[in-house]
Design a protein around this ligand. Structure first.
Ligand code: BGC
Length: 949
């Protein structure tokens, strides 16, 4: 009966809502600072929505936002905190809250409605919310607590102290209305209330330049508290704060761990609001007790050991006798360290993988294959006697003899161990404070053949919304796309890393910048980079250069603590500009530009100091280590002059700066950058280009190449990498670009349609070929299955992107086994950008994809392709299929987005849309016939386009 009534009420509400709306246009997917119903700490967070409407060509002419202190108010259409009134604007994102100032802990509700192009009023959205966290440090009562257990680390190869366990009981005397846990750690934490772990997140509070900034997270724990006694518990681990980092051990740096502090610390408080309106705060301070438990060692690189027998039973529940536990140490805060809300999405289990095969390799030893290279952990479910032990070793590949490849882990031990409690049931365990990059797990200590589900693979990644889909009729290419996606998941773990397996896993800036746009097509990476760009800015060197990785711990001399020679490099340092630009462009984010501006202008001044005459001449980057920087890292052909490439990056960054500064109203700066562009181009052409448009260098400057990456092989200006970068960056345009395109084409062709590029050359290679009319060659490269190519990796069984073109070759096997040979390196996945922008043809012509281009490039080798990109303006789809002379395209354009569509025919009469001829359709505008393509403008809607050539 009740349900029927409710249904009636719902219908009535819908009908009455409909009755004042003349159109069905309505906002959906409401987000605040890129998140749905989040905690934020911005006083004027930015709001966004997408639009749905039936019909074609729908757009927003105005919006009205209501923000209220209660749902009841919003239901009455009262915005007691903010009523934007009707704002004439087509903005659907990055609209700043401009209402009353909010109080820390205040939860607000909002909804929005819009008017369409005919000024017809649409439907209200559903109601969403955000809650203001703790915008200032002074809101905090909690202190930093922990326990130095370094003296308990057993003597041995690695210094691995046990995890401190922390606890405290408190009394809740009144009914709770709401409760929030605010939690931050230097190092990693698991937090428990009454025995239950709070949240599904891993690795809080992330990696930052801890001396400048540390993050906190907020959890709604209203339901976790009970009347009477409550127990808070935490386990801490060293993580990035005090654990091993990167290759310090390998390269012999005196300091190999504890780069930021000696032991992990926790700062947590539970803010309670009682039903009677009173408030109480429980927080970490000297009254907390500490002991040790089952986590007897844990480290990102070395792995985790869990002795379940040592678990102090009930330690995180009420009533545990902690008399034997000692007092915690309270550590004073650094007054100049910011404490801020974590901007990104936390790391979580994003996929679970079943075992693909189990193979016995020796007595008690089994090799487990998950069939997929990924980063994360295992979950064990197994029964054994007390004291029995399983040892897990992780690897990405197997040798021909079936043994685990661990040489490429270098000094990362990557071993987990579980010692059984001896429960009557199967014990379930998964590590919390480590992760590995792997596909295979070698398990030792099994007394019998394990069950098929005794292990589950847990893929960890920063939990970012999926944004893209991609599919063709070519299986190799589909697998390649899957490899790119998996490699991104494996390397977007709090920071963008080079690789997840060996003793490295750091935020290499070169890798991040070449891959940046590619990343945006796979996931909604805006919150992730909102964080990392801060890391980058925080890591900037005194001289203005962004570092080669970020965060980058510094020693007492102010040098890189992991390896003092790690400084800056062309192609790496530019990440500070390029990554910021991609967030600005892709997500229409102006605020990130405003916040990064002081750092970016400082960096640009640093670049300019290298190019007093407009060109960065040969040898000018000698001060980097290695000399010239990392160059076209891992290229396989003739080496390209790193200085020549640096010019193309300088031009590109200047161009991006001109655009970004203009957009935020810094016209003087924008004018200055625009002026620089001409200077740089002229300087480059004069210095590096001969009269035929061929790129040349003065090889003599490099002498015998000492100190340069592979300098002994000599450098050239006439390489695929040089032309690809010159074209992509725009430093060469018009006739110059056409000539460069011809040289590039010739170089590819004369090399048997194969690439020679490394990290810096590969990213622009296919886009540059496409841009200069060699789509056929771009297709040859993407479809190649011969060495060196990504297809070669696929046909050799890759499920991820490899670091080197020749990580594995059929004739030579693991060529670089003992050294640097990761099988999960996203840098060469930078081709994803071309796959989305050129093969599918989806690209932004205005910020935030409010104006787009659908221009698929169709050539031989693929007959069918389809995909989509969920932009901040909504989902864009593009597919095409060739049959004989006919091409059928399916295009989906979101509401409020304008698309210029390109149809591969010279004749508009050959094009029909949704069964009608192109020219007869009222919702199509600006139809133009070109020599090879017809263009037309389309608004929102789903279209089937048939081109009958
Ligand atoms: C990393 C790279 C990085 C490089 C610098 C390597 O060890 O794995 O991806 O960019 O060093 O050249």
């Amino acid at each position: 009966m009740k349900r029927v009534k409710l249904l009636w009420l719902l219908c009535f509400t819908l009908i009455s809502m409909q009755s004042w709306a003349n159109t069905d246009i309505r906002p959906v997917y409401l987000r605040t600072e890129y998140k749905v119903n989040p905690f934020v700490e911005e006083s004027s967070p930015r709001l966004s929505w997408e639009l749905r409407a039936s019909g074609f060509n729908q757009s927003q002419q105005a919006y009205r936002i209501l923000v209220a202190s209660s749902i009841a108010n919003l239901n009455k259409h009262i915005g007691d905190l903010w009523d934007s009134e009707k704002v004439e604007s087509n903005a659907t994102n990055q609209v700043s809250y401009q209402g009353k100032a909010l109080q820390p802990g205040q939860k607000v509700y909002w909804k929005v409605k819009v008017w369409n192009a005919k000024n017809e009023e649409g439907l209200w959205s559903t109601i969403n919310s955000w809650e203001l966290a703790k915008p200032t440090k002074s809101e905090w009562t909690a202190e930093w607590i922990g326990k130095d257990l370094n003296h308990l680390a057993p003597k041995g190869e690695y210094h691995l102290p046990p995890s401190p366990y922390l606890r405290k009981e408190v009394k809740v005397t009144k009914p709770v209305k709401s409760a929030r846990l605010y939690i931050s750690s230097l190092g990693l934490h698991n937090f428990y209330i009454n025995g239950e772990k709070i949240g599904k997140d891993y690795f809080g509070s992330g990696w930052t330049e801890y001396n400048k900034r540390v993050y906190y997270n907020v959890y709604d724990v209203s339901k976790n508290l009970q009347q009477g006694n409550n127990a808070f518990g935490a386990i801490l681990s060293s993580g990035w704060y005090s654990g091993y980092l990167a290759y310090a051990l390998l390269v012999g740096t005196p300091q190999v761990d504890r780069f930021y502090g000696n032991f992990p610390l926790l700062k947590a408080q539970v803010d309670v609001e009682y039903a009677d309106g009173t408030k109480e705060v429980f927080y970490t301070d000297k009254t907390w007790k500490t002991g040790v438990g089952a986590v007897i060692e844990s480290d990102f690189l070395q792995g985790e050991t869990h002795d379940a027998r040592k678990d102090p039973k009930g330690w995180n529940k009420v009533g545990f006798d902690d008399n034997q536990w000692s007092a915690v140490e309270v550590v004073a805060d650094k007054s100049d360290r910011a404490l801020e809300m974590y901007p990104s999405n936390p790391v979580r289990v994003v996929k679970e993988l079943p075992i693909k095969s189990i193979k016995k390799i020796a007595d008690g030893k089994y090799m487990i294959d998950f069939g997929q290279n990924f980063a994360g952990n295992i979950r064990l479910k197994h029964k054994a006697k007390a004291g029995e032990k399983l040892v897990f070793r992780f690897g990405e590949m197997l040798h021909i003899d079936g043994k685990l490849v661990t040489e490429n882990l270098r000094r990362a031990r990557a071993i987990d161990t579980y010692i059984f409690r001896g429960d009557a049931q199967a014990e379930v365990w998964s590590p919390s404070f480590t992760f590995h990059g792997f596909q295979f797990v070698e398990v030792s200590g099994l007394k019998e053949e394990p069950k098929a589900d005794f292990l589950t693979g847990l893929a960890l990644s920063s939990d970012l919304e999926t944004a893209g889909t991609f599919k063709t009729d070519n299986d190799m290419l589909n697998q390649l796309y899957s490899n790119i996606v998996w490699t991104q998941l494996a390397n977007y773990i709090d920071i963008p890393t080079d690789c997840p397996q060996r003793d490295e896993r750091i935020g290499w800036t070169g890798d991040a910048q070449v891959y940046m746009r590619s990343a945006t097509f796979n996931n909604d990476v805006a919150p992730f980079h909102k964080k990392w760009i801060k890391d980058l800015n925080d890591s900037q060197w005194e001289n203005g250069a962004y570092p080669v990785y970020a965060p980058i711990p510094k020693n007492d001399k102010g040098l890189a603590a992991i390896r003092p020679s790690d400084t800056y490099s062309p192609g790496w340092s530019e990440a500070g500009i390029i990554c910021t630009y991609e967030i600005f462009k892709g997500y229409n984010d102006h605020r990130i530009v405003e916040e990064s501006l002081p750092y970016m202008t400082k960096f640009m001044a640093f670049l300019k100091s290298k190019a007093p005459q407009g060109a960065m001449v040969e040898g000018i980057w000698e001060d980097a280590t290695p000399k010239g920087g990392f160059g076209d890292w891992l290229s396989v052909g003739q080496k390209t002059s790193p200085d020549l490439v640096a010019n193309t990056y300088y031009y590109y960054c200047t161009k991006l700066m001109a655009e970004m500064t203009r957009a935020i109203g810094k016209d003087q700066l924008a004018d200055a950058y625009t002026k620089d562009l001409e200077l740089i181009r002229a300087g480059f052409k004069k210095h590096y280009m001969d009269e035929n448009g061929k790129l040349k260098i003065d090889e003599k400057v490099y002498g015998n190449g000492d100190g340069y990456v592979e300098g002994q092989n000599g450098f050239s200006g006439h390489t695929q990498t040089a032309y690809a970068n010159a074209i992509y960056s725009g430093i060469l345009d018009g006739e110059d670009a056409i000539k460069a395109g011809q040289f590039l084409r010739d170089l590819v062709q004369s090399n048997g349609d194969k690439l020679t590029t490394g990290f810096l050359g590969f990213k622009p290679l296919l886009p540059a070929l496409s841009k200069t009319g060699s789509v056929d060659k771009a297709y040859k490269l993407i479809l190649s299955e011969e060495y060196p190519s990504l297809g070669y990796e696929v046909v050799n069984g890759a499920t991820s992107i490899w670091e080197r073109w020749d990580s594995f070759t059929k004739d030579k096997g693991f060529v670089h086994n003992a050294a640097m040979n990761s099988f999960s390196h996203y840098a060469f996945g930078s081709v994803n950008e071309w796959m989305f922008q050129n093969l599918l043809g989806i690209s932004a012509t205005a910020n935030g994809y409010s104006e787009i281009q659908i221009k698929p490039e169709i050539s031989s080798g693929i007959n069918e392709a389809s995909g989509s990109y969920h932009s901040i303006s909504g989902k864009i789809s593009s597919s095409w299929k060739k049959t004989g002379n006919k091409i059928v395209q399916h295009i989906e354009i979101p509401v409020n987005v304008k698309a210029t569509c390109y149809f591969p025919t010279a004749n508009a009469s050959k094009v029909s849309i949704n069964g009608k001829s192109l020219n007869s359709l009222s919702y199509v505008s600006n139809v133009k016939e070109g020599a090879e393509q017809v263009t037309a403008e389309l608004g929102s809607g789903k279209y089937e386009v048939v081109i009958n050539n």
